[in-house]
Ligand binder design. Sequence first.
Ligand SMILES: *Cc1c(COP(=O)(O)O)cnc(C)c1O
Length: 369
Amino acid sequence: MPFIDLKTQYRALQPEIQRRINQVLEHGQYIMGPEVKELEERLAAYTGAKYCITVSSGTEALLISMMALGIGPGDEVITTPFTFAATAEMIAIIGATPVFVDIEADTCLIDPGKIEAAITPKTRAIMPVSLYGQVCDMDAINAIAAKHGLTVIEDAAQSFGATYTGKQGKGKSCNLSTIGCTSFFPSKPLGCYGDGGAIFTSDENLAQAMREIRVHGQSARYRHTRIGVGGRMDTLQCAIVLAKLDRFDWEIEQRLALGASYRQHLTQAGIPIELLGVRPDRDCIWAQYTIMVDQRETVRATLEAAGIPTAIHYPLPLNRQPAYENISRSMDTPNSEQAAKRVMSLPMSPDLQETDIALIVNTLKGALQ
Ligand SMILES: *Cc1c(COP(=O)(O)O)cnc(C)c1O
């Protein structure tokens, strides 16, 4: 059993993926070809954001967003230590200080009630992370940001396709704050066959700045009006994402249904594990199916021996990683510490079978008895 099954997806989409790839090979516009614009239009429409700017990765999306906002040395950006390194890494690489605020114990998402205590005159932005496919309490976070004149950048690398119902009504991840950043890394909910990512915003000036930064700060060919990067997404990768969109709505439905099935099986098993909290105003599209368990290593070994792969997202909070110790500021983060010791992700992908879930939960039950 694979941890994430990308092969079945490929087989299901093979004719369309190959047609799309061949089309790029025929027209030959490998950089900024027509598929780039087509994908940007499709994704903007999907999220409801006015603009989508595709970029070379989710990491680059975070970097370009902060460059467009003019964040740099002397500034602080508030985020969570319980995330993939790229989130805090990009804050650090532009010379700003990552400020770590703890997560809620059950959802593993940044705790909005703890954000205000971390704000200083240097704070410029809040970067909530939509971990495991569930968005944060965006109404609360946007309200804090508005009160203090900060920008909210959603790190939506794991949540493209997730829904949140807030004050504005029903909305899609990536369009719940001023900026949303996602990743098309193969294992993410919407993946390509390499690296890719996208930034979403409805602010025209920011969108223009991001487009320029993506191509070395050019406002016109060889006219460099700002410092930028080489951050374009390949035409071929855009073509692959376009093909994958044909099946994406079905895949989101599958993720929701499989998450519900996992929950049902795990609850019925009556074993000493804790399920991830999911708030009623949003869904979780389960980029990872993550549970919390004690004696994690023993449990993992038993699953491994039965041919069931697992993963840990993430074993050490970023405020405890050597690279961040001296360049970040951290509030008390006891929930992140606890989560890092107990989280464990089980196999998850839209093509996972009900029978797989039954087997996984049965094996887990055996491991915990
Ligand atoms: C994957 C991921 C990123 C980085 O995306 P890449 O496309 O791999 O650069 C950033 N933040 C989070 C939370 C992620 O899961």
